[in-house]
Design a protein around this ligand. Structure first.
Ligand code: INI
Length: 157
C-alpha cells in the first residue's frame, strides 16, 4: 500500500516568523496583511506570529537566516522588487530569490518565498490584493501546508 504524506491547512499551534521588507511599502504592507489574515483565518494565534521588518528585499535572506533559530515552525518572506530604469532590479531580484532559496536549503523548517518581482507598480498592485489576488495570502497558505507537512516528517525514533 502506498503511503501518502501531506500537510494540512490547520494553522493552530504554529509558530510563524514573517520577514517583510519596507521598500515599496504600499505593496509590502498589503502582502503582510494578506499573510496575517490568512494565517489567523486558518487558526493561527496572533501571539505566535512574529513580524521582522527589514529595509529592502536584499536584506530578507539574512534576516530569515537569523530567525531560523528563534523557535519557529515556518518562515514567510515578503517583499516587492519592482523594475526601474537600471539593471539594479535584476541584481536585487536575483539575489533575493537565490538568498531565500539558500536559507531554505539549510534550514530545518520551511522558508517560503512571497517576494513579488514585477515590471511595474500596477503588476505589483494586482498581486497584493488586486485582481490577481494577494501573493502574501497565497504564500501564507503554502506556509501552513509546508509547516504541517514538516511536523509529519520528523525523523522516526
Ligand atoms: N529593494 C526592494 O525591496 N525592492 C526594490 O524594488 C528595490 N529596488 O528596486 O531598488 C530594492 N532595493 C533596495 C535593496 O533591497 C537594499 O535594501 C539596498 O540595496 C541596501 O542593501
Amino acid at each position: 500500500m502506498v503511503k501518502f504524506i501531506e500537510g494540512g491547512l490547520d494553522a493552530s499551534g504554529l509558530k510563524v516568523g514573517i520577514v517583510v521588507s519596507r521598500f515599496n511599502t504600499s505593496i509590502t504592507e498589503h502582502l503582510l496583511n494578506g499573510a496575517i489574515n490568512e494565517l489567523v483565518s486558518h487558526g493561527a494565534d496572533e501571539n505566535a506570529i512574529e513580524v521582522i521588518r527589514v529595509p529592502g528585499a536584499f536584506e530578507i535572506p539574512m534576516a530569515a537566516k537569523k530567525i531560523c533559530s528563534r523557535d519557529k515552525d515556518v518562515i514567510i518572506c515578503l517583499g516587492a522588487v519592482i523594475r526601474g530604469g537600471t539593471p539594479h532590479f535584476d541584481y536585487v531580484a536575483t539575489e533575493t530569490a537565490s538568498g531565500v532559496a539558500s536559507v531554505a536549503r539549510d534550514a530545518d523548517i520551511p522558508v517560503m518565498f512571497g517576494v513579488l518581482t514585477t515590471d511595474n507598480i500596477k503588476q505589483a498592485e494586482d498581486r497584493s490584493g488586486g485582481k490577481f489576488g494577494n501573493k502574501g495570502a497565497e504564500t501564507a497558505l503554502a506556509a501552513i501546508e509546508m509547516a504541517t507537512l514538516f511536523k509529519k516528517l520528523q525523523p522516526l525514533t
